[in-house]
Write a protein that binds this ligand. Structure first.
Ligand code: NAD
Length: 276
């Protein structure tokens, strides 16, 4: 994949899937903007990339604020002169605890403000530049299998992730005349240090038995498909949702699919065993 001289903004790149995506882009010679609300972890990622000889800057950004996403876009343009790729990835949940009645209203709203309005804000800040430049562009939105199927107890997280899919389709149509591809990835269960942290080993083990691949995924398993959708190999793909879940959604079989996940004929590579 040829990404020479490309510039990518990745939101939520201080951790997990965003961080793995920032590393993957940098390794493909993309100039990377690490945009994150966390100034300490965000700067660590950007400094690490710079030490490896890659081009990267950190821009502290709360994606729920249109003023801050405007600043993110203008600082990127000042530093690199253009924006080729936007990866909308920053997301939150509150441990998926609480249903629509029990979860405080402020939390319900904050999830939508970050996970859905955050993506809209970033698109509104970046798209005018992409349109004006008339060189196309790529937007990849990180949704979730929870945007396609609900995991309970859940609240506005599911609504946000379904909303991202609607946003992806609408933007894809709106921006096609400018040759800006807009697609989404829908990760399954991914072992990340943030919202994908393994707090409960019983749940990790249940995933091993329910996911045909036999384990949760690594952040880099999502970074690869994001790179593909940001590349010229995906020139004619727009408005699509790429599910990346080790086969999780492919089956509605009620029994565990993998009765003994520790005796695979071929090791699935298990991030939860590697972390231990
Ligand atoms: N981990 C999973 O199993 C999984 C599954 C499906 C979808 N996803 C989605 O992937 C994305 C990344 O998830 P992850 O597991 O890597 O999460 P993570 O918690 O490891 O990382 C999220 C990053 O977003 C940043 N962030 C939070 N609020 C922000 C804001 N307002 N503005 C800017 N940055 C903000 C955090 O500081 C953090 O660096 C999310 O959109 C999530 O919904 C994750």
């Amino acid at each position: 994949m040829d990404f020479k001289n490309k510039v990518a903004i990745i939101t939520g790149a201080a951790s997990g899937i965003g961080k793995a995506t920032a590393y993957a882009f940098a390794e493909h010679s993309v100039s990377v903007v690490v945009a994150d609300i966390d100034p300490i972890k965000g700067k660590l990622v950007s400094d690490y990339l710079k030490r490896k000889g890659y081009r990267s800057i950190f821009i502290e950004t709360d994606v729920s604020s249109p003023a801050q996403t405007d600043r993110m876009a203008s600082k990127t343009l000042k530093e690199y002169g253009k924006i080729d790729i936007l990866v909308n990835n920053a997301g939150i949940e509150f441990g998926d605890k609480g249903n629509i009645i029990d979860m405080p209203y402020g939390k319900l709203k904050r999830i939508l403000d970050v996970n859905l309005y955050g993506y809209i804000n970033c698109a509104r800040s970046v798209v005018p530049h992409m349109r004006e430049r008339k060189q196309g562009g790529k937007i990849v939105n990180v949704s979730s299998v929870e945007g396609l199927s609900a995991l309970l107890p859940g609240t506005s997280y599911q609504a946000s992730k379904s909303g991202i899919i609607g946003l992806t389709r609408a933007l894809a149509i709106e921006l096609a005349p400018w040759k800006i591809n807009v697609n989404a990835v829908a990760p399954g269960a991914i072992a990340t240090e943030g919202m994908g942290a393994a707090h409960d080993q019983k749940i990790v083990e249940a995933y091993r038995r329910r996911i045909p691949w036999g384990a949760r995924g690594f952040p880099k398993d999502i970074a690869g498909p994001i790179l593909f959708l940001s590349s010229e190999y995906a020139r004619y793909i727009t408005g699509q949702v790429l599910v990346v879940d080790g086969g999780y959604l492919a089956s509605i079989t009620p029994e565990p699919l993998v009765p003994d996940p520790h005796s695979h004929p071929v090791s699935p590579e298990d991030p939860d065993l590697e972390i231990k």
